[in-house]
Design a protein around this ligand. Sequence first.
Ligand code: FES
Ligand code: FES
Length: 162
Amino acid sequence: MRLNVTVNGRKLHADDVWEGESLLYVLRERLGLPGSKNACEQGECGSCTVYLDGVSVCACLVAAGQAEGREVRTVEGLADGEKLDEVQQAFVEAGAVQCGFCTPGLLVAAHDLIERTARPSDAEIREALAGNLCRCTGYEKIMDAVRLAASRKAEARAEVPR
Ligand code: FES
Ligand code: FES
C-alpha cells in the first residue's frame, strides 16, 4: 500500500508499505527519520514515543495502516529549525541528556506533559515519564530538566497578552 502521512508538518508518502509494519519502521526506514528509537518494539520502553494527531503514542505499537492520513510529530519536529524547544534546551542545561535510545522518547513525553500541564508536580512528572525507561540514571537530572522547561513555558505563557 501507499501510506500518506503528514510528518512534522510535511505531507509525505511511502510506497510498498505492508499494513502490519509499524509506524516506527516507516519513520525510521522509509521516511529517513531515525530520531525515534527502536529499543524494545513491545511498547515497554518509550524510546519510540511520537505524537499521532497530537496524542503521544509508542510508534512501535501503531500499525502503519493506522497512520494513513494522520499527523505525526517526531522528536525531529520539536525544534524550530536551529532553535531548540524549551524541553530540549532544558535537558541540555540540566545535564539530563542520556543516551540516544532513551533521550528522544523522554523529550517527547516531557514535551507532551508540559503542553498539557502548566506546572506539573513531581508526582505528575514521574507519572508522565513512567513509560520511558532508562536503567542508567536516577532520573534526578531529568526531573530538574522537566521542572525547568515547565517553569519557562509557564512564564512564557504568562507573558503572552490576552
Ligand atoms: S521501541 Fe517502542 S516502546 Fe520500546
Ligand atoms: S537507556 Fe539511555 S542512558 Fe539509559
